[in-house]
Design a protein around this ligand. Sequence first.
Ligand code: ADP
Ligand code: ASP
Ligand code: MG
Length: 408
Amino acid sequence: MALIVQKYGGTSVGDVERIRGVAERVKRYVDEGHEVVVVVSAMSGETNRLVSMGRDIAGSRGSAREMDVLTASGEQVTVSLLSLGLLSIGVQAKSFLADQIAIKTDDVHGKARIQEIDTKALRAALDAGCVPVVAGFQGVNDLGEITTLGRGGSDTSAVALAAALKADECEICTDVDGVYTTDPRIVESARRLTHITFEEMLELASLGSKVLHPRSVEFAGRYRVPLRVMSTFQDGPGTLITTEKDDMEQPLVSGIAHAIDEAKITIAGVPDLPGIASKILGPIGAANIEVDMILQNTGADGLTDFTFTVKRQDYDAAQKILQAISRDINAREISGDNEIAKVSIVGVGMRSHAGVATKMFDCLASESINIQMISTSEIKISVVIAERYVELAVRALHNVFELQKLPE
Ligand code: ADP
Ligand code: ASP
Ligand code: MG
C-alpha cells in the first residue's frame, strides 16, 4: 500500500464526463489498496474566463486580492464535482478548500508561495478511509485571505501536499503521457523522456514548458518527492523526474522550451555611469515587475544602451514607469517590442561539452532567424527572437540536436 498524491489538470476535469472518468481512475487506485489524495485544477478554460472577466471590469492591474477571490473559485467547482462523482461510485471522498486544511502561503496575491501545510485534516480523512479532494492553485495567508499560486500552480499544490504528507509518489496526471523533448504540439517527432533530472526539468519549466509549474519542480527537488508526469487518459509509465546519476550517459541537449509571453524594452543613449542600472531597474522592481534578461552595451562617447525583457503583461506598465523616469536618467529614447519570444535549449550534458552554443547559433542562422539577445547558464542557452519565428526555431533546433533520436 502506498500513499499517492494525484493531480488532475484542467483538460482532465474539463467537463462532467471527464470528471466521471477521473473518479473511475481514482477508484482503481483505491481498490488496489492505496491511500490517495487528489488535487484538481479548474475546468480547462475556466481560469482564463475568470481572469478576463476581472480584467474587463478593472483593467490589467485591478485589486490582486479580489482577483484571487475570483480566480480561486474555479477549483471550488471541480473539487465538489469530483467528490460527488467519487461518492456516486461508492468511494468515500471529501472536498477541501485551501483554508479548510490549511495551506498557508505568504500574502503576495497572484503569485503566493506555500509556507506550511497542516496535514491533520487530510490525515484524519485518510485514516477514515476517505479520499481527500483538494483545491489546487489556492492558499490562505495569515490573515485568512485567499491567495493563488500563479498560473499553472496546481502542480505546486500537489507536490507541496506530497512533501507534507511524505507521500510515496506525486503523479501529475495531464493531457500528455509525459515530459517530451519539446512541446509535442509543436514538434510531432518530439520524444517522451522516460526520466529527466530535477535540474533540467526546473530549467525547462522556468523557461516556458508549461507541462510543470516551475515551483513544483523546485519543491520536489528540495523535499525529494518522487514526481511523475503521466496521462490521465491512457496507462503508461510517464516520465519520472530524478536526481542525476553519475553513470548515466547524458545527451548534450535534453529538451527545448519556448515562451511567447515576453517583451523587451530598450533605453537608448543613457549616460554610461555607475548606478544607471539600479536607477532603471529599481523602480521596475519596486512595481513588482519581474525582469528576466538584461543587456547593457559597451559605452561609446559616454553613452550606452540598456535593454531588458519582462513578461508581456507587464510591458505597458514597465514602459510607463520608464517614461516617467526618463528625464531623471537622461535617456535619449525609450523603445520596445512586445512581439518577441524566448527559445532555450537545456541539458546537463552541456557542462562537459564545448560548441553547443555555436551549433545553436549556426542552426538559427541557417534559418535566417536573427538573434536579438542571448543568455546562458551552465545547463541552458536562451535566445530572444521575433515571435513569428518561434515554431520554426524550435523545430530546427530539435532536428539539429537530433532529439527525435534520443533513446527511450
Ligand atoms: P494541465 O491542464 O493538465 O495542467 P497543461 O496544459 O498545463 O496541462 O500542461 C500540459 C501541456 O504542456 C501539454 O498539452 C503540452 O502541449 C505542453 N507542453 C509544453 N512543453 C511540453 C513538454 N516538453 N512535454 C510535454 N508537454 C509539454
Ligand atoms: N486553474 C489554474 C490555472 O489555470 C491552476 C492550474 O491549472 O494549475 O492556471
Ligand atoms: Mg498545468
